[in-house]
Design a protein around this ligand. Structure first.
Ligand code: PLP
Length: 398
């Protein structure tokens, strides 16, 4: 008799499980459109030049590997805060923001969820329908009841803003609302500035707690344009949580570099919040790793490296847009004329509108892996596989 006899075998992670199936697939023409990772024209994960240069500089001046503080590197935190709130923003000067370095965007969400659970344990968490799979799992695991608000409307190939606002309006005060700041995962549909204003007004009226998740800054319209939603929340005077990630924008997936900022009403509240965030971190993993944050800090604070990063990020963004247009064109050439909406979606993902059966057929008949819900990572297409993918979609649609 072992204690572990009672341990049930958990199902594979839905997205990472797809990758396992992809790796095991022997067909050379297979395409993995499952995970949210940007691949270059050769189907390879890029190492950005700015990161390579920053890495060379760090290697040329090696440092001892001491512990960082619980809340991470001060230089990194300053760099992130300038990036997301703006250099010298009043909210920073007023001391109203508590920022901690986290293990990617996921780590930021979890630290934020743990703090929220401590300060408002009976709150419900609302996520968009649909949302990134891990939102529900992570907030549930943190002890919350998780429900959803209406978001994607298949018939519109867009957002059901009236449904979303109605669901927010009927939420209890204190409800945590997880909002994708830009490049909504999985649909690729973002709120317009006017719709953000409506959401902010509703959040204020209903006294909800917004949790902005910004994992794709720079992949929509640009670094500033995508970050504008943060400025909107600051302007509104609301308190809110903000998680950010450099996994995608720096192609630093495995380095686990992110941040959590909590914007409070006063500097005193921010100090108390920071003290509690530090306890959440200390009792989980003590303090974050050094290397990835040092790379991001080096790039963000050096004029030439920063310009290089902005150009490389713009190139990734523009190439994804080109791939979207390329896919739409290739589909049209094969007689599929009703999928033009893919070109207008934002970020790495496309909600293709394909059914579960069609997605399964893509997988089993063609070795093309997307989620059952029809999500495809457009950022994993290239000129070599685009025609094959278009052939396969046209075939499963016929
Ligand atoms: N939030 C959303 C919406 C995401 O899509 C992702 C990653 O796919 C994350 C957060 C987590 O990012 P990270 O890999 O930095 O933990």
């Amino acid at each position: 008799m072992s204690l572990f006899d009672r341990v049930e075998l958990a199902p594979a992670d839905p997205i990472l499980g797809l990758t396992e199936a992809f790796v095991a697939d022997p067909r050379p023409e297979k395409v993995n459109l499952g995970v949210g990772v940007y691949l270059d024209e050769n189907g390879k994960l890029p190492l950005l030049d700015c990161v390579r240069d920053a890495e060379s500089r760090l290697a040329a001046d090696p440092k001892p590997k001491g512990y960082l503080g619980i809340d991470g590197s001060p230089a990194y935190r300053d760099a992130v805060r300038s990036l997301v709130f703006g250099d010298g923003a009043d909210v920073l000067a007023d001391g109203r923001v508590a920022t901690v370095q986290t293990l990617g965007g996921t780590g930021a969400l979890k630290v934020g969820a743990d703090l929220l659970r401590q300060i408002n344990p009976s709150a419900t968490v609302l996520i968009s329908n649909p949302s990134w799979e891990n939102h529900r799992a992570l907030f549930t695991r943190a002890g919350f009841r998780v429900d959803s608000y209406r978001y994607y409307e298949p018939a519109l190939h867009g957002i059901d803003i009236d449904g979303m606002l109605a669901d927010l309006r009927s939420a209890d005060a204190g409800t945590v609302v997880v909002l994708h700041a830009c490049c909504h995962n999985p649909t690729g549909y973002d709120l317009t500035p006017e719709q953000w204003d409506q959401v902010i007004e509703t959040v204020r009226d209903r006294e909800l707690m917004p949790f902005l998740d910004m994992a794709y800054q720079g992949f929509g319209f640009g670094i500033e344009e995508d970050g504008a939603v943060v400025a909107r929340f600051i302007e509104s005077g609301l308190e809110f949580f903000l998680s950010t990630s450099f996994s995608k924008s720096f192609s630093l997936y495995g380095e686990r570099v992110g941040s959590l900022s909590v914007v409070s009403e006063s500097a005193d509240a921010a100090r108390r919040v920071l003290s509690q965030l530090k306890i959440c971190i200390r009792t989980n993993y003590s303090n974050p790793p050094t290397h990835g944050a040092a790379l991001v800090t080096a790039v963000l604070t050096d004029g030439a490296l920063r310009r290089g990063w902005e150009q490389e990020l713009a190139a990734m963004r523009d190439r994804i847009k080109q791939l979207r247009r390329g896919l739409v064109g290739a589909l049209e050439a094969r007689g599929v004329t009703d999928m033009g909406f893919i070109a207008g979606q934002l970020g790495m993902f496309s909600y293709s509108g394909l059914t579960k059966q069609q997605m399964i057929a893509l997988r089993t008949d063609y070795g093309i892996y997307g989620t059952d819900a029809g999500r495809m990572c457009v950022a994993a297409l290239n000129t070599g596989n685009l025609g094959y993918v278009a052939d396969a979609i046209a075939a499963v649609r016929s």
